[in-house]
Design a protein around this ligand. Structure first.
Ligand SMILES: Cc1ncc(COP(=O)(O)O)c(C=O)c1O
Length: 405
């Protein structure tokens, strides 16, 4: 069994979600395709993190991974803050009642209107360029609200082993490490409220040794700059990038090792910068494994010896499972026939969506129990970067709805 499926149970042969069978849930939802996210799995994941991370390290949720309002509301009392990437995400985050002091906005290309909203809300603005710092200073002065800022650093070290690299080398993210001292001067003379630094080196890392190494380098880099800033550091966001196993050979991340390393780093930070709060920001690791994407078989056909299960879903809802969201080599996400969850695989079938493109392949030659029209196909590991990271308008099919169970 794929490690991703171990979190899930069957009841009377059918996948169980939120204490009920998938077939009943599908009736309750009233349509396929849909995404379902499991509260209990979210709780268990946060509890696992809390058990491994040092007590003082703050756990932020990166809203971009899954901004469903009910998910945010559920996570609000479980995490210490939200990281947002747009004014839309900021509004969703603040709607939960999260303290604005615990919300930060990062990302290239923040518009003046987004910055104005962020400054007025009192959330932390993570500055990604000298030009952005000038705009923040102007908007802060015009509005009369002092902007709270941190500097996002583009480090000179390069991250290996990440699904997506977002630091090191030339980047649109953050300010190059060598230009940070000058930027700090600019921030001070503009009278902005400087709180600290942010480094986000990459996403979907499954190797704990790599994560430990990046976090170690990030802490050293930031502690060096903190002394130059000549103000006590309050905020030290060392990113995250904790990965989840999607593909058959993926090994789950050794979160305990990451936690042990963070204990050492947190001690080092508290010796040098006692007021600094170390923050890790996680999206995929918190929500990715708690969600499934469910579609229904509308046709079963055979073509030259190959079986195709044609569903009412597709890459317009779950782009990543089709292999078209940054993957170099297409591999299958874990897939099952949800209403035959504990049946033994008896055939090899490909699961495809309803779009007129060969790219719309959700499972390539998967070993599955024999499936018929109306059976429910479940794609696991769909809680993060699913619905909102997919081209839902493509071919004008209905959008997928989302439920939290
Ligand atoms: C700045 C920042 N923070 C957090 C995340 C979330 O990453 P993940 O979902 O891999 O935890 C991203 C992802 O791109 C990011 O760019």
């Amino acid at each position: 069994m794929h490690p991703a499926m171990k979190h899930w149970r069957a009841r009377n042969g059918c996948l169980e979600l939120g204490g009920q069978s998938l077939t009943r849930l599908a009736d309750r939802v009233g349509q396929t395709p849909f995404f379902a996210y499991d509260r209990q799995l979210l709780d268990e994941r946060v509890a696992l993190l809390r058990g491994c991370l040092p007590v003082g390290v703050r756990l932020h949720y990166a809203v971009k991974a899954n901004p469903m309002p009910a998910v945010l509301q559920h996570l609000k009392p479980l995490v210490d803050g939200f990281d947002v990437a747009s004014a839309g995400e900021m509004i969703a985050a603040l709607d939960t009642g999260m303290d604005p002091a615990a919300v930060a906005i990062a990302g290239p290309g923040k518009t003046d209107s987004e910055l104005r909203q962020a400054i007025a809300a009192g959330i932390l603005v993570e500055i990604e360029s000298e030009n952005e710092a000038r705009r923040v200073a102007r908007l802060s002065e015009d509005s009369g609200y002092t902007a709270r800022v941190a500097v996002r650093i583009n480090p000179d070290f390069v991250l290996k082993g990440a699904g997506m690299r977002m630091g090191g080398g030339p980047q649109q993210f953050g300010v190059d490490q060598e230009r940070v001292p000058e930027l700090l001067g600019q921030i001070t003379s503009a009278g902005l409220q400087f709180e600290g630094f942010h480094i986000f080196a990459g996403s979907q890392i499954l190797r704990s040794d790599i994560i430990c190494d990046v976090q170690r380098q990030s802490v050293e880099l930031v502690l060096g700059f903190a002394e130059q800033a000549r103000r006590p550091l309050r905020y030290l966001n060392i990113g995250g990038g904790f990965g989840i196993p999607y593909f058959p050979k993926d090994e789950p991340l050794d979160i305990r090792q990451v936690g042990e390393n963070l204990h050492l780093l947190a001690e080092r930070v508290s010796e040098r910068q006692p007021q600094a709060e170390v923050v890790v920001e996680l999206g995929r690791y918190i929500v990715g494994e708690a969600g499934v994407y469910v579609s229904r078989v509308v046709d079963r056909k055979e073509s030259r010896g190959q079986i195709f299960l044609v569903t009412d879903g597709g890459l317009h809802h779950q782009l990543a499972a089709s292999g078209n969201f940054g993957q170099v080599i297409r591999r299958n996400y874990p897939v099952a026939i949800g209403n035959k969850f504990d049946a033994v695989p008896t055939e090899v079938a490909s699961v495809v969506g309803c779009l007129c493109t060969p790219l719309d392949l959700l499972g390539d030659r998967c070993e599955l129990p024999a499936a018929e029209v109306d059976d429910l196909v479940v794609i696991f590991q769909s809680g993060a970067y699913g619905r909102t990271a997919s081209p839902s308008a493509f071919l004008s099919h209905p959008t997928a709805i989302e439920v939290l169970v």
